[in-house]
Design a protein around this ligand. Sequence first.
Ligand code: HEC
Length: 151
Amino acid sequence: MKRALLGMCILALAGTVVYAGSHSKTSYQDDVRPIMENQCFMCHGDNAPSLEEFDADKETYEARSQGPRMSTYAETVEFVKGEETGALMRRLDDGSNTADGNPGNMYDYLGRTDEEREKNLAVFKKWVGHWTLKRADDLTEKDKEKFKLAE
Ligand code: HEC
């Protein structure tokens, strides 16, 4: 009887650990996109120009407060380790990792209060998995392996 009870406890514990493990995984769909819908899509959503269109006519789009589109997983990842490597991290950093100690110029949009911004920044950091501000030329293979970016 005692043994059975102990066994049950162990099973229950194991279940908790597995559950906590899968739950702590930060994904684009469950964690990052909901933040972006609220904080970023008014300027980077479905109506925003593609990165190509944006790059071809930055002035026009910037005058309209429109940034390049980041409304899908694939588009967003381009700003982490693709066409615009490190842009997401450089723009969202709170100043702890920037050369001049100033936050990136999209940091403000992460929330209305410092608390909200830091909370949302932590989600982006966890999702990226390797918060480097490096540009494409400086990014090593090792850096690339460290990105998490769960879809
Ligand atoms: C009020 C409009 C607005 C909001 C809200 C906004 N952005 Fe931006 N964003 C822009 C504009 C305009 C640019 C292009 C000008 C510039 O580079 O600063 C830009 C540029 C960027 C870039 C660099 C793009 C590149 O070409 O390398 C990133 C990354 C970015 N934003 C991420 C975000 C994220 C993430 C959020 C939400 C937390 C956000 N932005 C919220 C308007 C906005």
